[in-house]
Design a protein around this ligand. Structure first.
Ligand code: GDP
Ligand code: IMO
Ligand code: MG
Length: 427
């Protein structure tokens, strides 16, 4: 019956892991539908902190079936070490299902991600270097190796040989790197195959049957709306579709199954890597946000760029995704400020824009038009209900809700599982 999608509304790292985990008790399946181990989703349960990259956050809820959908690109070595890391902490991945149609990240994808970034120099995207772009490139070019190929050593050998026949030419002749030995890759991937076999499934069929039986399926996005290959700040984006439209394609369930589209929205804005970011603060205020919010990358450890809340972006995310509810995270980080600027529009070469400008050039020229909202001094990390929040924090939430154009149904007041104010049920 119901399927809900959970999407990042900004440039990623909005707190999707925490939000998914919170819903873990109410859902039966949690499905990652795109991206790969470029994602870093943090969940804090009691005094335990988990950083998940490829495994769906549902792995941490014992009654949930975690699923890696067909739209994901999988680095099998990383997946297995993530599984082993959790096993060492007493968390079993036995229930994990992996789509037979998901694509594999191969050693040449990682090599190419690194050399192409170096080649771009100042124009680099600032990727996570995990081979994501080259893996999706091969998928679209119909040169990809899929999870199901692990089940047929003959096919796997052939596919690796064909791929490396071309990629080794590029690595050696264009980038002056060493080629990759097909036999070594085959041996490595056959070893992965042995361990992954029991998890491989027709996950689209499994999810369809589950929905028919009235089970609840939650689709967990990686990255965020502004990193979407079509709707993000191209070319400074990732190579997949994190937006809600991509969720159906990446999970193999039709759009008319979706009942809720939950956007995860940070109370301010962050971004990792290159690309335009109108409200970015490069001064000591930005540094204060970084330190207070702990804005350091979960995957690469890079400093996250920080800035004020951008309502133009939020409105855009509401429209592109069809957001039905927002989960506003990290409100607690803003405690202690006298006044909080919020970007309500852009000034582009003297012209006011209430929507994201149509061209990349104009977006690069966008200067935020700020409105200032009164801050609050109280610590809100123990708030349990909306009424527990100081009046100015309540007003800040209401203002963001008004500007974003969708109801804020939950508010994060700390990283912990229980540090959430639920205004209305999300499922
Ligand atoms: P994701 O990639 O969207 O899952 O987000 P990340 O895990 O990369 O980054 C979000 C960070 O914020 C993590 O360290 C979370 O533990 C933390 N976090 C999430 N929600 C809240 C919140 O409401 N308040 C605070 N202080 N931290 C939060
Ligand atoms: P989660 O799921 C923030 C960014 C990279 C780079 C661009 C392209 O934790 O929100 P890629 O390696 O995907 O080709 O890099 O996208 N990026 C993320 N930024 N959070 C993420 O994931 C990201 N995944 C990729 O920094 O700018
Ligand atoms: Mg993250």
């Amino acid at each position: 019956m119901p399927a809900a999608v959970l999407v990042g509304a900004q440039w990623g790292d909005e707190g999707k892991g925490k939000a998914t985990d919170l819903l873990g008790g109410d859902v039966d399946y949690v499905v990652r539908y795109q991206g790969g181990n470029n994602a870093g989703h943090t969940v804090v349960i009691g005094d335990q902190k988990y950083a998940l990259h490829l495994l769906p956050t549902g792995i941490l809820s014992p009654d949930v079936v975690p699923v890696i959908g067909n739209g994901v690109v999988i680095d099998p070595g990383v997946l297995l070490s993530e599984i082993d890391g959790l096993a060492a902490r007493g968390i079993s991945a036995e229930r994990l299902l992996i789509s037979s149609n998901a694509h594999l990240i191969m050693p040449h994808h990682k090599a190419l991600d690194k050399v192409t970034e170096r080649y771009l120099g100042k124009a680099r995207i600032g990727t996570t270097g995990r081979g994501i772009g080259p893996a999706y490139g091969d998928k679209i070019a119909r040169m990809g190796v899929r999870v199901q190929d692990l089940l047929d050593p003959g096919i796997l050998a052939k596919k690796i040989e064909v791929a490396l026949g071309e990629k080794n030419q590029v690595l050696t002749k264009v980038y002056n790197r060493r080629g990759i030995e097909p036999a070594a890759v085959l041996e490595e991937y056959l070893a992965y195959a042995e361990r992954l076999k029991p998890h491989i499934a027709d996950t689209s069929l499994v999810l369809s049957k589950a929905l028919d039986e009235g089970k609840f399926v939650l689709l967990e996005g990686g990255q965020g709306t502004l990193l979407d290959i079509d709707h993000g700040t191209y070319p400074f984006v990732t190579s997949s579709s994190p937006t809600s439209g991509g969720a159906c394609a990446g999970a193999g369930i039709p759009p008319n199954r979706l009942t809720k589209i939950i956007g995860i929205l940070k109370a301010y804005t962050t971004r990792v890597g290159s690309g335009p970011f109108p409200t970015e603060l490069t001064d000591e205020v930005g540094e204060w946000l970084r330190q207070t919010g702990g804005e350091y990358g979960v995957t690469t450890g890079r400093n996250r760029r920080c800035g004020w809340f951008d309502a133009v972006i939020a409105r855009y995310a509401t429209r592109i995704n069809g957001i039905t509810d927002y989960f506003l995270t990290k409100l607690d980080v803003l405690s202690g400020l006298e006044r909080i600027p919020v970007c309500v529009a852009y000034d582009v070469d003297g012209v006011r824009h209430d929507e994201i400008p149509m061209t990349q050039t104009d977006f690069h020229h966008a200067v935020p038009v700020y409105e200032e909202l009164p801050g609050w001094q109280e610590d809100i990390t123990s708030a349990k209900s909306f009424d527990d929040l100081p009046p100015n924090a309540q007003a800040y939430v209401r203002a963001l809700e008004e500007m974003s154009g969708a109801p804020i149904s939950a508010i994060g007041v700390g990283p912990g599982r229980d540090q959430t104010v639920v205004v209305r049920s999300l499922v």
